[in-house]
Design a protein around this ligand. Structure first.
Ligand code: KG4
Ligand code: ZN
Length: 317
């Protein structure tokens, strides 16, 4: 077997990430997050994130390659798209420099495709194709039909806010800090999920994904109470919001899993860490094989998923 030792780089948002993947096996997965810095601004400021990448990338590299012979590397994989341009540039320049210094090829990787396969941390296991994949993060929310690592059909994507963006904006309004998804996840109370009806009518299952109507409705609700100087029941707002957002997503997932003859369903992206999403997937799709990133650090942004996808791509091109 040809040995694919891949050094992978991910700098599309606020995490500076470098990983080493050897034939699909994660050897190192270093993540230096600037989320604490972003917390002061209540969301990601591209220039702040880019400066943090500049500051952190050499440390991430040293942590990743410590004890590893650079001469045994065969490829440099890096996220080239989509993401914050000023942030992507830092990883790209670093990748080009390493590739030229070590005289090994570069593999540009699509960040979202890497999220699709972030569950694939054990290369000994076979993937059951085709499968439906939900990628929900701070920048993107899409549903794909995945026929192979290189045959990926976009079935639906949000026309406005991403699911994670919605979590973050509502959490900011509720003064829960950034990133807001994990905070709302922790506060969620099953008994309070149906207390507030934030949208009057669910969109039809085949319509484009959209979260801005829900976001506006929740923000208006909070603002009105603030203006009237009335107390806000944060747990009720968070629980009813989360339930509605997931209802929107699950309607689509049911629509596509019924429409296509598929064997499995996968989730990826930061929002896939959500406990309620994970338990609902297991409950409502118990006839399908379910792929969930096993390790939390593989669900949100990381470089291991970039290397895992690069390895799959090399084996399938
Ligand atoms: O994939 P990711 O790390 O970065 C992007 O590519 O955007 O996703 C980050 C997003 C943030 O919006 C964050 O609030 C959300 O994922 N997130 C969650 C949870 N953990 C992270 N959303 C809901 N529940 C969670 N447990
Ligand atoms: Zn991401």
């Amino acid at each position: 077997m040809i040995k694919n030792n891949i050094l992978a780089i991910e700098t599309s948002c606020d995490d500076t990430c470098i990983a080493i993947i050897s034939n699909g096996i994660i050897i190192k997965n270093i993540i230096l997050s600037s989320a604490k810095l972003q917390n002061e601004y209540g969301g990601v400021v591209p220039e702040v994130a880019a400066r943090a990448h500049e500051h952190n990338i050499l440390s991430a590299f040293h942590d990743a390659v410590g004890g590893f012979d650079l001469k045994s590397l065969n490829y440099i994989a890096y996220t080239n798209n989509p993401g914050l341009r000023v942030c992507l540039n830092i990883g790209e320049i670093f990748a080009y420099s390493l590739s030229s210094m070590l005289q090994i090829p570069l593999i540009p990787i699509n960040h979202i495709y890497a999220h699709i396969f972030s569950f694939y941390s054990d290369p000994k296991v076979n993937i059951h194709y085709p499968f439906i994949s939900l990628v929900a993060s701070g920048g993107h929310t899409s549903i794909f039909l995945v026929k192979s690592p290189i045959e990926i059909i976009t079935l639906n994507e949000t026309v406005d806010d991403a699911a994670g963006e919605c979590y973050d904006k509502i959490a900011r309004e509720l003064k829960l800090g950034y990133p807001g998804g994990p905070e709302i996840d922790k506060l969620y109370d099953h008994n309070k999920k149906d207390v507030i009806q934030f949208i009057k009518k669910m969109p039809t299952a085949d319509a484009n994904l959209s979260f801005s109507g829900l976001k506006t409705s929740v923000l208006n609700y909070i603002n009105q109470l603030n203006m009237q100087k009335k107390p806000i029941d944060i747990i009720t707002v968070a629980s009813s919001f989360q339930k509605t957002l997931m209802d929107i997503i699950f309607d689509k997932l049911h629509f596509y899993t019924n429409k296509y003859d598929i064997k499995a369903i996968a989730i990826g992206g930061g929002v896939s860490c959500n406990s309620y999403l994970q338990s609902r997937i297991k409950q409502e799709f118990n006839k399908l094989i379910i792929y969930i990133p096993e390790i939390k650090s593989l669900a949100s942004d990381n470089a291991a998923m970039i290397g895992i996808y690069a390895n799959l791509y090399l084996n399938n091109k």
